[in-house]
Design a protein around this ligand. Sequence first.
Ligand code: FES
Ligand code: FES
Length: 162
Amino acid sequence: MKLNTRINGKDYCLEINPNAMLVDVLRQAGLKSVKFGCGEGSCGCCAVMIDGKPRNSCITLAGLAEGAEILTVEGMGNPQEPHALQQAFVDSGSTQCGYCNPGSLIAAKALLDSNPNPSAEDVKDALDGNLCRCTGYVKRIDAVLSAAKAMKKSKKTSRGKK
Ligand code: FES
Ligand code: FES
């Protein structure tokens, strides 16, 4: 079957197996930030945003993304122009092997999109489904809080420039 979807602002028409899971389709389309871990919705490393909501792509049939807008970490930023969250993860040392980072970044972005001023508890709750086996959880909470601050500051600065 055909899957028409928009990924990171670009239109795709992909030939897929009706039983294919979104994680596999995205990786085959070259979006290698999307990781495969448990394959059963428990670790969060395959999380992507579908129409603004974080979803575990290992338990999402690719066909359900017909007509949807998908965001992966590739669409958040790049090494030259990282998203504030990506920069904060690097600065705080929240990256060791990095395998969990794409899913955590997507969950963190979903949080800040809906709540730009989260408490540490809010961050903890939002990242609850994203397991990390090497860095642990304190640094990434600090990273999300510091990205939220940086984003607020840059909004104020850009408003001041108008
Ligand atoms: S690989 Fe999808 S939740 Fe673990
Ligand atoms: S940095 Fe290795 S699993 Fe999180």
